[in-house]
Design a binder for this molecule. Structure first.
Ligand SMILES: NC(=O)c1ccc[n+]([C@@H]2O[C@H](COP(=O)([O-])OP(=O)(O)OC[C@H]3O[C@@H](n4cnc5c(N)ncnc54)[C@H](O)[C@@H]3O)[C@@H](O)[C@H]2O)c1
Length: 370
């Protein structure tokens, strides 16, 4: 297959992460053509020029539309704030490009449905940035569950906590605007839902609550602005399998840096994972006797594709490596191989759950997921 030609829109936190992945994927995996890093778009030509130089892209533009319409681009990475995802993804798909769009898919279910229709019409790969599912340790957890190591799963609890919005005096920015979505419910909630989807399957009904710890935040130019999103959310869920679950989300949780804490409870044991310790899994299998207890399994070359990064066990992968794996899965899907990826078809399931959770929080009752 000819090298894929890449366009990248947005070069902030996730833009750099995508750029690193496109730069690294051929070297790490050794079984794909080195992508051609064609063009970067930012909000100004000057910023785009600077980032193209830093991140190794050939060209730069201050106009994202020129990237999606560029005949010399095959795949568009979309790493802009949430509100831009629908217009950018739809334009790219309409122009015949594959799309790798950051989560959440969109800020409304209607927009996500439009994105899905565009992907179906384009018959291109349309993938979402659900990097946490790519952790070799999450793949191990899925195998442990599938192999029956903890028996039938009856309950799952996922907590996602970070403290980047914990300071009440932190500046107002796009994540506090209603145009970015509901707040923790979708900004964070989609990650636990992506893990629940790949580990345990679909969700049938939800009962959610959202809260706003701070009424307003300071503006960069002086004065204060009312916070329009909810930085804390909680949901009870029921799964298609019959298992119950809890999702707890907090973007203003002092002390928590990247906590994505997963507990899967089964009839014969349980599994614990925390993204802050992303290179280990705790497994408890019910056994009698004086040595019963949790066992710590460290990431090692036995847990693919860890071996592609490092030959030594226990040395550990990092957050950015998850995007490299996701990038390899995306290339695999484009090549027609089976791939572990949440595409727009699966992503819409997550968006429907988010939409049901938001309605539940507003109406104060259980809501069935469509
Ligand atoms: N998968 C993950 O783990 C993860 C983590 C963080 C963020 N995200 C998602 O990634 C997306 C971006 O978040 P971020 O934290 O990188 O934001 P960010 O603010 O760091 O970066 C956004 C970038 O987009 C650029 N941009 C904005 N409008 C643009 C336009 N019209 N044309 C070109 N560039 C434009 C900005 O200048 C900025 O460089 C969000 O959707 C967010 O939810 C995903």
């Amino acid at each position: 297959m000819a090298p894929l030609r890449i366009g990248l829109i947005g070069t902030g936190y996730m833009g750099k992460c995508h750029a690193l992945a496109w730069n690294a994927v051929a070297s790490v995996f050794g079984d794909v053509e080195r992508p051609h890093l064609a063009v970067i778009a930012e909000t100004s030509q000057a910023l785009a020029n600077e980032k193209a130089r830093e991140l190794g892209f050939e060209r730069a533009t201050g106009d994202w539309l020129s990237v999606v319409n560029d005949p010399a681009v095959d795949v568009v990475s979309i790493t802009t704030p949430n509100a831009f995802h629908p217009d950018m993804a739809i334009a790219a798909l309409d122009a015949g490009k594959h799309v790798w769009c950051e989560k959440p898919m969109a800020t409304t279910l209607a927009d996500a449905e439009r994105m899905l229709h565009a992907a179906r019409a384009a018959r291109k790969v349309a993938a979402l940035g659900y990097n946490y599912i790519q952790n070799p340790m999450i793949r191990l957890i899925r195998k442990l569950i599938d192999d029956g190591r903890i028996g039938d799963v009856n309950h799952v609890r996922v907590e996602m906590d970070e403290d980047f919005m914990a300071d009440p005096e932190a500046l107002f920015y796009w994540k506090s605007e209603a145009s970015s979505g509901h707040g923790a419910l979708d900004d964070f909630g989609v990650h636990p839902l992506s893990l629940i989807w790949v580990l345990l399957g679909g969700v049938t009904r939800v009962c959610a609550h959202m809260s706003r710890p701070y009424a307003d935040r300071p503006l960069a130019g002086g004065g204060r602005r009312r916070v329009e999103t909810h930085d804390i959310a909680t949901a009870l869920i029921e799964l298609e399998s019959g298992a119950s679950g809890v999702i707890a989300l907090n973007r203003s949780a002092w002390g928590r840096k990247g906590r994505l804490f997963v507990q899967v409870f089964g009839a014969k044991g349980m599994i614990v994972f925390d993204q802050e310790r992303m290179n280990e899994v705790q497994l408890y299998t019910a056994e009698s006797g004086e040595t019963q207890g949790f066992r710590t399994i460290l990431a090692s070359p036995q847990h693919p594709p860890y071996d592609r990064f490092i030959p030594a066990p226990g040395h550990g992968l990092g957050f950015n490596d998850l995007k490299v794996i996701e990038c390899r899965e995306l290339i695999g899907r484009i090549r027609g191989e089976s791939a572990l990826l949440i595409d727009f078809e699966d992503g819409i399931r997550i968006e429907r759950i988010v939409d049901a959770m938001a309605r539940s929080a507003h109406e104060g009752r259980w809501i069935e997921v469509e």
